[in-house]
Design a protein around this ligand. Structure first.
Ligand code: GLN
Length: 491
């Protein structure tokens, strides 16, 4: 009998649509898999067994009634715990929201339900999406299915590990500085950060509002494109949502899979010299670039002189926005409340709640951001960082006058051992060296597996102009076709 958990989303949807299997069978197979492996992987913070089976039954009933089903109907999906789910716990990996059941669905989750996908549960993440390893989750780390002693990337490590452990064929992540692409890279899966504003932030618990971008994760490029199409597009409830249709990413992925890249010009960023990157990662990247050249792509070097300032600019802008966004967690409105014994002042209760509810990385960012925004320092830090952001955007604009897309490794290193980078925050921040420029610019980027280094997956990043998300899917699908998908060792 076919192992339903090993299939792609496209295959599952096909079997459900033809009646060869039911959405309930598919869902049960994934719930069983979660039951069998998640005590070792810890991809999930919450499994919604009853909700998933009910959603699956509804799909089967619609099919039995002769209704036409969407392209992902009956396909299970795991959702990063940063998105609100009505009546289903949403913690953002933090103690401060422990036990909170939101009264509403985020737009992404609403669209997933409308498309007939089956939400299995909520995945683990670094607290408030701050981190690159999922070790900063208040609920314990997630482990990489390739090697359980290593990190699955972050902040969306749960969403990526769920794919690599065959607990779900699709998942949702959010990318503020790399948190979809970096976990994708180190787990050998596909992760796409859409154009900022191309996917709705309504119901996405805010970290850095000008950067946060929800997006699709999958084991194949076509599956990611199908998921992107379902969740993307204008949302009047998000004021920064772009009032335009999602570029046809599915058609682009299908076109790319034909393996012809004639006429496509790709740029290797001169400043990404490989300094600070593992030689094995750079070698896998170069081999993959050669494979793209064999498919007809022209590869040139493009200089983006300001990219070297991206990391410091990001670590001022993101903490500044977080210090403001996280002010709402005050013990009054939702989640945890500490010290409310009738004798303490409001300020004391707020302070005790925030002291107990936030972990060290979140506190570090709030302090950094509060400092950077304080009068007297605003121009020197936040103001300067915003200027650098403009320069980085100009680098992208001028690069895209020369090439169709930029390419790079997704991360400087493969999955590192758990505990090896938590002592020095800067070592953790370096994981996003190649992913952060895109967030500051607002364009789309995708990570697709391109091979192994030391037996661990390496990700290949394709960065495209804003609203040209289709372009990156075309190149990604061509690469996937040329180098193949990666199969993790059996758990
Ligand atoms: N690792 C980066 C950070 O810690 C990016 C996180 C993200 O994309 N959510 O901020």
């Amino acid at each position: 009998m076919t192992d339903l958990t090993k299939l792609t989303a496209v295959e599952i949807a096909g079997l459900v649509a033809s009646g060869e299997t039911s959405a309930v069978e598919v869902t049960q197979a994934h719930l069983d898999r979660i039951g069998a492996v998640d005590d070792r992987v810890h991809a999930f913070l919450h499994v919604d067994t009853e909700g998933a089976l009910a959603a699956a039954r509804a799909v089967d009933e619609r099919r039995a009634a002769g209704e036409e089903l969407g392209p992902l109907a009956g396909v299970p999906v795991a959702v990063k715990d940063v998105l609100t789910t009505k009546g289903v716990p949403t913690t953002v990996g933090s103690k401060i929201l422990e036990g909170w059941r939101p009264p509403y669905d985020s737009t992404i989750v609403e669209r997933l339900r409308d498309a007939g996908t089956v939400m299995l549960g909520k995945t683990n993440m670094d607290e408030f999406a701050m981190g690159s390893s999922t070790e900063y989750s208040a609920y314990g780390p997630t482990r990489n299915p390739w090697d359980l002693e290593r990190i699955p990337g972050g902040s969306g490590g749960g969403s990526a590990a769920a794919l690599a452990a065959y607990e779900a064929p699709l998942s949702i992540g959010s990318d503020t500085g790399g948190s979809i692409r970096q976990p994708g890279a180190v787990t050998g899966t596909v992760g796409a950060k859409p154009t900022y504003g191309g996917t709705s932030r309504y119901g996405l618990v805010a970290f850095s509002s000008s950067l946060d971008t929800p997006g699709p994760c999958a084991r194949t490029v076509l599956d990611a494109a199908l998921l992107h199409q379902v969740i993307g597009g204008h949302d009047p409830r998000d004021s920064t949502s772009i009032p335009a249709q999602v570029p046809d990413v599915v058609a682009a992925a299908r076109r790319g899979a034909t393996g012809d890249l004639t006429g496509v010009k790709l740029g290797v960023v001169t400043e990404f010299t490989g300094e600070g990157a593992e030689p094995g990662v750079m070698a896998a990247f170069r081999d993959a670039a050669e494979a793209l050249a064999k498919l007809g792509a022209e590869i040139v070097e493009v200089s983006c002189p300001n990219f070297k300032y991206a990391l410091p600019a990001y670590y001022l802008i993101a903490p500044s926005e977080c210090s403001s966004n996280l002010a709402r967690f005050d013990g009054v409105r939702f989640g945890l409340r500490v010290g409310d014994d009738g004798n303490r002042s409001l300020e004391e209760v707020m302070s005790l709640t925030r002291e107990a509810g936030f972990g060290p990385e979140v506190k570090r960012r709030i302090m950094l951001g509060t400092y950077a925004l304080s009068s007297g320092y605003y121009d020197a830090y936040y103001g300067q960082a915003q200027k650098v952001r403009t320069l980085i955007t100009r680098d992208f604009t001028s690069a895209f006058e020369q090439v169709d897309a930029l390419i790079s490794p997704t991360t400087p290193f493969v999955a590192f051992p758990i505990g090896s980078r938590t002592a020095d925050p800067y070592q953790m921040y370096l994981a996003d060296l190649f992913t952060i420029p895109t967030n500051l610019y607002g364009g789309p980027a995708i990570s697709v597996p391109c091979g192994l280094s030391d037996g661990l997956p390496v990700g290949f990043q394709i960065m495209a102009p804003t609203m040209a998300d289709d372009r990156m899917y075309r190149v990604a699908a061509a690469l996937e076709n040329a180098v193949g998908t990666l199969t993790p060792p059996a758990l």
